[in-house]
Design a protein around this ligand. Structure first.
Ligand SMILES: [Zn+2]
Ligand SMILES: [Zn+2]
Length: 91
């Protein structure tokens, strides 16, 4: 997922080129597409988290908390490490 703030174009079934901006939500890591065709209300796209200064999706914006994706990954990794050391003690 290296297309944070990227730009994507593709063609639909009628051969029309669709342009869209993409951004990766800084909290859940989901890639969101922002269509140019329909000018979306910025509040439906998401917003900026003022704590980690990342673009975040509406769902994460609604939680009102800063919970960066990198921190989530770190938590997941430490959980795996904890289980691994637990298993080793029982060998
Ligand atoms: Zn999100
Ligand atoms: Zn944040």
């Amino acid at each position: 997922m290296r297309n944070a703030g990227g730009y994507a174009t593709w063609q639909d079934s009628s051969g029309k080129t669709i342009e869209c901006d993409t951004f990766t939500c800084g909290h859940c890591g989901q890639v969101k597409h922002v269509m140019h065709m329909h000018k979306q209300d910025p509040s439906t796209i998401g917003g900026l988290c003022y704590q980690c200064m990342k673009n975040i999706c509406p769902k994460c914006l609604a939680t009102g908390r800063c919970d960066p994706f990198e921190e989530k990954l770190k938590r997941m990794e430490s959980r795996i490490d904890a289980r691994r050391s637990y298993e080793e003690t029982w060998r």
